[in-house]
Design a protein around this ligand. Structure first.
Ligand SMILES: [Zn+2]
Length: 401
């Protein structure tokens, strides 16, 4: 699997200037290539491939010699980025979603360059970038594995190098499953676990959102191209930066705690969840935090031979975790009450138990009963250590057997 390691880098004045000018050239290249595609299509209904555009790069360098100072693979990567956004656009059309044609990049929406294969090297505490020089890098944790790509990105006023690595986990033996948990992600609480635990949204979720909205409102009132606007932009970027690191910290700690404790973790497949949920409920911060959280669950379980399984969230809040009956309820109904089997419990807790059941089923489909032995054993002999309420355990045994 591929993983990204992110490190802070510190640029001197000269390097900063060079990087900013490289990014600007790449941004222009992106826009030129986009224009070329649009023009060719309008003129002769022809589409120009990424491959064609890459082949035209040497010609571009002849007419615009300033491009000779940008690493050639970095330029190719720009064209691949454009290609990717076109592919995503056509993908959305195919799925009958809101399409959103790839747009021209303004100065504020282009803030990174990528070295896709070569042109970078780590020497001690320096990162050598081709055509830029040796940059001071803070390697706060060791890099294990082979680096495939290096992305240099500006976030607020800070610069980072992101290395993507191919990691092999073959030598790790998968563990027997002794404990399992289901997670329901929500807006009232960040998550509800199948053991009844609620994980609250951190207070800064809401606070940062209010703060960001306020500063963005200020920004929209500033005159275009004014100095005040530039200042305000920096303030907004700083808040974004802070939110990002708070969110990362929160999802890292939570996923670590769960992965340490459980061998099998079932969670909702977010791609499906986003399709079924009401749009007006969507809050950007929790959306991104959910994504980050699930990604971290995946790679952290993978690293130690445990399992994180995404399951379809469809109907998980309506089905009764006790008897399987569908109990329809509106979004604001917070309790699940089943008239058939008499269960009365928190709505999200009911959903998370359903998610756990789906997760165990998914596991059995993929791996068989292997390694589930001790879970079955514990369910039969000391179930209360796994789940607090007896009746739920009975139902779980039913589906596992
Ligand atoms: Zn029921």
């Amino acid at each position: 699997m591929t993983r990204t390691f992110k490190y802070r880098i510190y640029l001197n004045k000269k390097q900063l200037q060079k990087l900013l000018s490289d990014i600007e050239l790449c941004r222009r290249l992106y826009n030129i290539a986009l224009e070329q595609k649009i023009f060719a299509y309008k003129q002769s209904r022809k589409s120009i491939s990424c491959y064609d555009q890459i082949n035209q790069l040497p010609e571009l360098k002849k007419s615009f010699p300033e491009y000779q100072s940008v690493h050639s693979q970095t330029q190719q990567d720009v064209l691949r980025r454009l290609d990717k956004s076109f592919k995503a656009f056509f993908g959305r059309i195919e799925k009958h979603q809101k399409a959103g044609f790839p747009h021209f990049k303004g100065r504020d929406s282009y803030n990174s360059i990528c070295y896709p294969q070569s042109g970078f090297e780590i020497k001690g505490n320096k990162l050598h970038l081709s055509k830029i020089g040796n940059i001071k890098i803070k390697l706060h944790r060791p890099i294990k594995g082979t680096i495939k790509t290096c992305l240099i990105i500006k976030e607020g006023n800070q610069w980072y190098a992101c290395f993507s690595l191919e990691i092999k986990n073959k030598e790790i033996e998968n563990r027997p499953i002794k404990t399992a948990i289901g997670i329901d992600l929500g807006l009232d609480s960040f998550a509800t676990l199948s053991n009844g635990e609620k994980i609250d949204n951190p207070r800064w979720f809401r606070n940062s959102e209010i703060k960001l909205a306020r500063q963005q409102r200020w920004l929209s009132r500033k005159k275009k191209d004014s100095n005040n606007r530039k200042k305000q932009k920096k303030i907004v970027a700083k808040i974004h930066c802070k939110i990002r690191s708070q969110r990362n910290d929160f999802t890292h700690k939570l996923s670590r705690r769960l992965v340490d404790k459980y061998e099998l973790i079932a969670y909702e497949d977010l791609a499906v969840k986003n399709m079924v949920k009401n749009r007006y409920l969507a809050k950007s911060i929790s959306d991104v935090a959910w994504n980050g959280f699930c990604q971290k669950l995946l790679y952290k379980t993978d690293e130690c031979g445990k399992y994180a399984l995404p399951v379809s969230p469809r109907n998980t809040s309506q089905i009764c975790s006790g008897c399987g009956e569908i109990v329809h309820k509106a979004l604001w109904v917070r309790r699940h009450k089943c008239s058939k089997c008499g269960i009365d419990m928190d709505r999200d807790e009911n959903a998370s138990i359903n998610i756990l059941k789906l997760g165990i089923e998914e596991y059995r489909r993929n791996y068989g009963n292997q390694r589930l032995g001790s879970l079955l054993n514990r369910l039969n002999h000391e179930p209360r250590s796994l789940f607090p309420h007896r009746e739920r355990v009975v139902h779980l045994i039913k589906i596992v057997e």
